[in-house]
Design a protein around this ligand. Structure first.
Ligand SMILES: *Cc1c(COP(=O)(O)O)cnc(C)c1O
Length: 231
């Protein structure tokens, strides 16, 4: 344990993680699902390395960041201490940052357009390696939000898999903030089912238990673990 674990605030992280795991276990039990089939992605964006380290010390290994630049500053050092970390990119990715993202992240959850898919394939061809990729579905068809429209999802998934041979292992969605999330979780599950995609990344601090009820395999939780993001 480092000295930082005793600083104010960090002790809450350990308790928050225990509470959330209890909630995950209860939601799985209620849905007759195995808790091991649900991965908690600890969303550490806008929190400093010392704060994040508490979750690592608690044994957490799967983390989410929404910006390449921020992850590049924070994670190489933490990875030195905890080499078995699995880092997910959960924010939009510009094609000119594909190289950096592929180096930093184990999973990119936000593949959302043909241009980005092609850039990832090109990088894979050049380097021989590629992170696991999830496709982000804009289930609410919100114009300001990233993600492929549900009506275009099947064609885009087919292109990524069949034409570009990309490792598409999951789907991800962020339901509109002002709507009941259940229909969005259902829609994501339907697309995943018909494309034979096992991983479903859905549910955040406010709705991860509901997401588990609808088949989430990955829940992305930030505020409920680390507190509010003051920035
Ligand atoms: C920030 C963020 C989260 C975590 O949200 P909280 O409400 O803080 O749990 C999950 N997913 C994505 C894509 C995010 O950007």
């Amino acid at each position: 344990m480092s000295d930082h674990d005793l600083s104010s605030g960090n002790s809450d992280v350990a308790q928050n993680l225990r509470d959330i795991q209890d909630n995950i276990n209860a939601a799985c039990k209620a849905a007759d699902r195995d808790p091991d089939a649900v991965t908690l992605v600890c969303v550490s964006k806008n929190h400093e390395a010392d704060h994040v380290r508490t979750a690592l010390v608690e044994g957490r290994r799967v983390f989410g960041e929404n910006r390449v630049q921020e992850a590049a500053g924070k994670w190489p050092g933490l990875r030195d201490e905890f080499p078995d970390v699995e880092l997910h990119l959960i924010g939009p990715l510009q094609t000119n940052k594909v190289k950096d993202a592929a180096r930093l992240f184990d999973v990119i959850e936000t593949v959302d357009r043909p241009k980005l898919a092609r850039a990832l394939a090109k990088h894979r061809d050049a380097t021989g390696s590629c992170p696991d990729l999830f496709i982000q579905i804009n289930t609410g068809e919100e114009p300001q939000k990233a993600g492929i429209a549900p009506g275009d999802a099947d064609e885009f998934i087919a292109m990524c898999r069949d034409e570009l041979n990309l490792p598409i292992t999951g789907l991800m969605c962020i339901p509109p903030v002002d709507e009941e999330p259940a229909p969005h979780f259902l829609l994501l599950g339907k697309i995943a089912d018909r494309r034979g995609i096992a991983i479903r990344s859905m549910g955040m601090s406010g709705d991860y238990e509901a997401a588990i009820r609808f088949g989430a395999t990955h829940v992305r939780v930030g505020t409920a673990i680390f507190g509010s993001r003051g920035y």
